[in-house]
Design a protein around this ligand. Sequence first.
Ligand code: B12
Length: 220
Amino acid sequence: MTEHAIQLAHKFLNGDEQNALSFIHTVLANNDRLSLYEDLITPAMIHIGKLWERNEITVADEHLATAICDYIISYVEFKSAAMDAASNRKVMLFGVEGEEHYIGLKMATSVFQEFGWKLRYLGPNLPLRHAETAVNAWQPDVVAMSAALSYRLPMLRKSVEVLASVAHKPTILIGGRMSPHAKFEDVAAPGQVVVLQSLRDLHAWLQHTGKGAVTENVIS
Ligand code: B12
């Protein structure tokens, strides 16, 4: 955990988004969006989780910090939104049914945006039957899901099983704290499910898939 990430966590907890933004501009003068997400925001939120676990902050404090964090990500996305979609590839992203953690997923959406993909970000806790309807209607090349808690793994597995078998057979991307613990070999075609632990992994995967068909370039 860097000192900068701890400082950012306290700026989130103070609820002052302008102060958090100017801090980010100062420490990230020569850094990129990926570094902002992986090296500052993610460890800042993990630090907030530790303070919460130790009862050093309240649930209300943590909600305020999440709201400021969300604002910062929206701001960064807005600043780069002028870029036209440079790709015909489509990605739909959402948190699996029951999953309320969405900051990682929102940042993953932003990484896809950087690569010019057409985006549908459906937020946290999307009921599976509605996810299936949306995937069938929009036919994304990639369906990206996130799960943060161990007891979400059965729903994650069920979601993969259902969404991997829709007619156009999208690539399924899995991320979130629980992604390293997930196994899907028996519920989807070989190579159809890609588990990525970080946004840097996603960035590398997107650089790789940019050169060919989505399902031909799987890093597992
Ligand atoms: C904020 C927060 C909340 C907020 C969420 C708000 C929101 N809108 O997201 C609220 C208050 C809703 C919440 C609720 C709960 N939370 Co909570 N929460 C957190 C906290 C502090 C930060 C989460 C966060 O934003 N992390 C930062 C993001 C960036 O990290 P990340 O999600 O892992 O994402 C990274 C990667 O996983 C990856 N990634 C994520 N998604 C995706 C998707 C794709 C496609 C890709 C490629 C990559 C990717 O990219 C990111 C960067 O590397 C964490 C602490 C922590 N360690 O994370 C606890 C934490 C996750 N929560 C925890 C708990 C226990 C809960 C609750 C069960 C509490 C309760 N009793 O109600 C509920 C469950 C709610 C639910 N139904 O899902 C525990 C989990 C403990 C455990 N053993 O697993 C933690 C670790 C806190 C703690 N230390 O105890 N929480």
